[in-house]
Design a protein around this ligand. Structure first.
Ligand SMILES: [Zn+2]
Length: 168
């Protein structure tokens, strides 16, 4: 049986892939500052789930193309601006909450990663535990090297229904 509670033998995700990679954070980092966008913003429990999927279910590399994103990150800043223009409250997404990663996979790998994430969720359901991955959203259009699967761990909230999958 797959162990869904104990820590993995190691951590498979690097600081470089988990930290915010926006221009502001990169500048802060090069100046020797930069706590704002640091990798430790990714929630410990969420990272533990990702590690268990990596080591015990998917068993292959999971290259993170986007991990934590601060609110100045262009993608997050754009969402905030759009909400303001539409007069809607801006609800933070998975990345700025530290419970979202994009994993750069396509084709066969995308197929098996999606499967692994669902199996991992299902194991929780079988044990009457909340399912950790509340968004499993594929971006599988365009050039192969730009494709990814978004994995999110936010809970249901007003303006942010979960579980909820979307496509891009
Ligand atoms: Zn940033």
């Amino acid at each position: 049986m797959i162990d869904i509670t104990t820590p993995t033998s190691k951590n498979y995700f690097t600081v470089q892939e988990l930290q915010c990679r926006c221009a502001d954070c990169e500048r802060e980092r090069s100046n020797g500052e930069g706590a704002r966008g640091c990798a430790s913003n990714v929630k410990e429990w969420f990272l533990s789930h990702l590690n268990r999927v990596r080591e015990r279910v998917y068993c292959r590399p999971m290259p993170v193309t986007s991990g934590y994103r601060c609110t100045l990150h262009p993608i997050e800043a754009r969402k905030a601006k759009r909400a303001m223009q539409e007069g809607k409250p801006h609800i933070l997404g998975d990345h700025p909450c530290g419970v979202g990663v994009d994993v750069g996979v396509y084709g066969k790998d995308a197929h098996y990663l999606m499967q692994a994430l669902h199996v991992y969720n299902w194991l929780h359901a079988q044990n009457e535990l909340p399912q950790p991955f509340t968004a499993i959203s594929p971006n599988q259009r365009g050039p192969h090297h730009k494709r990814f699967i978004h994995i999110g761990g936010n809970t249901d909230a007003p303006g942010r229904k979960r579980p909820w999958d979307w496509t891009y």
